[in-house]
Design a protein around this ligand. Structure first.
Ligand code: FAQ
Length: 339
C-alpha cells in the first residue's frame, strides 16, 4: 500500500504486520522535492509549498532590504535643499523618491510571504530590525552625494543583479525593476564625482575626502566574510543568494578601482594591488569591529536615523487614519449597494 501526495505521486510505502505499521519513505520528502524544484531553476511563487525556514529567511532578508531603502533616503534627503543647481536638485529628488518606491515594492514582496507590513515597520522603529550599516554614516559635503551614488548604489547593484535570479519569484521580479533605477543612480553619482574631480583643487579634495569616507563602509555593505556569515550556506542552497558575500565584494572592488583611477582619485587602501595570478585586486583588512558596532546600533548616525524615521512615522499618523477611514467608507458603500 502506498501513501500518495496531492499530485498522486507515491511518497511512502506502508507495511502492515500483525503488531506494527511501518512506513518506509519511498520517494523524497516535501523538503527534498522543494530542493529539487529550486535546483531545477524554477521560481517559487507565494502559494507554493515552501519550508517554514525558507519563508522566514526571505521575510528577514526582504524586510531588512526594504528598511534599508527607506532609511537610505535620509543621508541624501539631507542635501536636496542644498544641491548646487536646479539640474542636480531634480536628479537627487528623483533618486530619493525612487528609493521610497523600492521600499514599497519590497514591503509588498514581504507581504506575499504572509508578513504584516505594520509589524515589520514597528520592528524597524523599535530598533529590533536591522537595515544596512551604510546608512549610519554622515553626509557633510555635496561630494558625499557623488560618493553615495557611485559607491553605495554601485555596491547595491552588484548585490541586486545577483538577486534578479533569486529563487523567490516576487523578490526576483522586484529586483529587475529596482536594478534599472539603481543604474541611473550610480551614473548620477559618478557624474557628480567626475565634475568635482575635474574642478578646482578644493573640489578635487572634496571628492577625495568623500571617497575616503565611503570606501570602507561600502565594502562592509556586502556583509561579513563567508566564514563568518551564518545565513549564507542555507541561503545559497535555496538559491536565495546566488553568490557569496566575499565573491560580490571582490566583483565590486575589481569594477570600482579602475573607475577611481579614471577620476584621478586614490582608493584609501595601502594594500590594494592587482594580483595577476588571481585576476583580481588584493585588498587590505576590513575593520569588522566597526561593522559589528554599527549594526549593533552604535554607528555615527544610528540614533539620528531612527529618530528621523520615528518622527516621520508619527507625523504621518493622520494620513494612515484618513486612508483607513476612506477605505472603511468605500467598503460600507459597496456593501449597501450590494444589499
Ligand atoms: N548591514 O549571514 P549574513 C541600497 C547582517 S539597499 C546590516 O551574511 P545574509 C539601496 C545580516 O542581516 C542595501 N546588517 O546575512 C540604496 C545578518 O543578521 P541577522 C541593502 C548586515 O542575510 C542605495 C548578519 O549580519 N541591500 O543600498 C549587513 O545572508 C543608496 C549576518 O550576515 C540589501 O539588503 C549590513 N551591511 O547576507 C538606498 C540586499 N550585512 O538577520 C538608498 C539584500 C550583513 O541574521 C541610497 N540583502 N548583515 O540578524 C542581502 O543580500 C543579504 O541580506 C546581505 C547579508 C548580503 C546584506
Amino acid at each position: 500500500m502506498y501513501l500518495r501526495d496531492f499530485y498522486g505521486k507515491a511518497i511512502a510505502r506502508i507495511f502492515v504486520t500483525e503488531s506494527t505499521v511501518k512506513i518506509m519513505t519511498k520517494e523524497t520528502s516535501l523538503e527534498d522535492r522543494f530542493q529539487q524544484y529550486v535546483d531545477g531553476e524554477n521560481k517559487v511563487e507565494p502559494k507554493d509549498w515552501m519550508p517554514e525556514a525558507y519563508r522566514k529567511t526571505l521575510i528577514r532578508q526582504i524586510s531588512q532590504h526594504a528598511h534599508s531603502e527607506v532609511v537610505g533616503m535620509l543621508p541624501e534627503a539631507n542635501w536636496i535643499t542644498r544641491a548646487p543647481s536646479l539640474r542636480r536638485k531634480v536628479a537627487l529628488l528623483a533618486k530619493v523618491q525612487d528609493e521610497a518606491g523600492h521600499g514599497l515594492y519590497l514591503y509588498s514582496a514581504a507581504e506575499t510571504l504572509g508578513a504584516d507590513r505594520m509589524d515589520l515597520i514597528k520592528d524597524l522603529l523599535s530598533g529590533k530590525a536591522k537595515y544596512s550599516s551604510i546608512f549610519n554614516y554622515p553626509t557633510p559635503t555635496w561630494a558625499d552625494m557623488g560618493a553615495i551614488g557611485w559607491l553605495v548604489d554601485g555596491a547595491a547593484i552588484a548585490n541586486q543583479v545577483m538577486l534578479c535570479r533569486t529563487s523567490y519569484g516576487p523578490y526576483a521580479r522586484a529586483m529587475v525593476r529596482i536594478c534599472k533605477e539603481e543604474s541611473f543612480h550610480q551614473r548620477q553619482g559618478y557624474e557628480i564625482m567626475m565634475t568635482l574631480a575635474r574642478g578646482s583643487e578644493a573640489q578635487k579634495k572634496m571628492a577625495q575626502d568623500a571617497l575616503n569616507r565611503w570606501w570602507w563602509p561600502s565594502l562592509m555593505m556586502f556583509g561579513p566574510t563567508d566564514d563568518h556569515s551564518p545565513n549564507s550556506a542555507q541561503s545559497m542552497k535555496w538559491k536565495i543568494k546566488r553568490k557569496s558575500n566575499d565573491e560580490l565584494r571582490q566583483e565590486f572592488i575589481d569594477k570600482t578601482v579602475p573607475q577611481a583611477e579614471f577620476l584621478g582619485l586614490r582608493v584609501p587602501d595601502d594594500a590594494l594591488r592587482w594580483n595577476e595570478e588571481r585576476g583580481h585586486y588584493d585588498h587590505g583588512e576590513i575593520d569588522w569591529e566597526e561593522f559589528y558596532n554599527v549594526i549593533k546600533g552604535n554607528g555615527p548616525c544610528n540614533k539620528q536615523r531612527m529618530d528621523a524615521r520615528n518622527k516621520a512615522h508619527d507625523a504621518g499618523a493622520w494620513v494612515r487614519e484618513a486612508a483607513n477611514a476612506y477605505a472603511a467608507k468605500q467598503a460600507q458603500k459597496k456593501q449597501s449597494s450590494a444589499a
